[in-house]
Design a protein around this ligand. Structure first.
Ligand SMILES: [Zn+2]
Length: 308
């Protein structure tokens, strides 16, 4: 939504509250105290409250949502959600602070973190089918040497490319037909291994339906898929020698282009992302990629925001 569309849709705070309450109680009001579903009304004193005529109690209509404890005008929250969905590469806390005219950077940062955690609620279990691509990449840490202004500070250890760097490893899967993506941080396991065959298989096992074809590069960890497995996932390996000449459709270009979007966002907008928050940033990039229509994306995100 543009600012004009937003203002038309939510001209007052009441309209924002109405929208949130309608979204949360699609199937009707429920009293959290007595469990009744009849004789519950909007409070005419406090617009964020509901009133149950059965047990004679007032309760917050926003309880259990991300809006529960906020004192801010709820249009600010909805506008922030809209901005997060519209900004293709993401939005920094600094920019959000400016857009909303907030006094505190920390409040803007916290708001973004809450919105990002909401995107993490999206469920990907058993959703991808037919053909998927899988690939791994390394994100975060210091920028590579060529991007750095002061080369004297460059520490070689932190600037290696690809496998074997100190950046955070991330595994991504993309469904060919729909373009939907799923990305998960793959930190070292108990044995100190990262991007092990088992880790990669577990990612696929979670998101893929049975009998999915999996396109991978030549990394030996993917050899685990050469053996029969419980989901009957079948590996098709990219052969760099014949790939372009034969045009056989076995490639991982789709998931690689997702990495390009992620990296433009992480390095261009967020600058540095610590390992601690990396997964929630990945969830944000996936959510945006998986909800391309921004108006539907806005509604989908508010749906998650009000889900208990
Ligand atoms: Zn009640």
């Amino acid at each position: 939504m543009t600012i004009f569309e937003f203002n038309k849709r939510f001209p007052t705070e009441e309209s924002a509250i109405d929208f949130i309450i309608e979204t949360k109680y699609k199937d009707g009001y429920v009293c959290p105290k007595c469990g009744c579903i009849h004789n519950i009304y909007r409070s005419n004193v406090k617009s964020r409250n509901l009133y149950c005529n059965n047990c004679n109690s007032h309760f917050s209509a926003l309880a259990g949502t991300i809006f529960e404890n906020t004192h801010l005008d709820l249009r600010m929250w909805l506008y922030a959600i809209n901005l997060v969905m519209v900004a293709r590469k993401g939005i920094s806390a600094c920019q959000l602070q400016r857009e909303l005219g907030m006094k505190s950077y920390v409040s803007a940062w916290r708001m973004l973190r809450i919105i990002r955690n909401t995107m993490s609620k999206e469920v990907y279990t058993d959703t991808f089918e037919a053909i998927v691509e899988i690939d791994e990449t390394y994100v975060g840490g210091k920028p590579r040497k060529e991007n750095k202004h002061d080369e004297r500070e460059t520490n070689e250890k932190h600037n290696k490319r690809g496998r074997g760097t100190s950046k955070t490893p991330v595994v991504g899967v993309k469904e060919r037909n729909t373009g939907r993506v799923y990305a998960v941080v793959a930190n070292k396991n108990e044995e100190g291994k990262q991007i092990s065959g088992k880790q990669l298989f577990n990612v696929l096992k979670k998101v893929c339906k049975e009998n999915t074809l999996v396109m991978t590069d030549q990394l030996s960890s993917y050899n685990i898929l050469n053996k029969p497995n419980e989901k009957n996932l079948i590996r098709l390996m990219v052969d760099h020698n014949v790939m372009y000449s034969l045009g056989n459709g076995i490639h991982t270009n789709g998931i690689e282009s997702f990495w390009a979007v992620v990296k433009r966002g992480v390095y261009g907008i967020y600058h540095k992302v610590s390992v601690k928050y990396m997964q929630s940033y990945m969830d944000e990039f996936c959510f945006r990629m998986n909800h391309r229509d921004v108006d539907k994306a806005f509604n989908a995100l508010v749906d998650l925001a009000v889900a208990a």
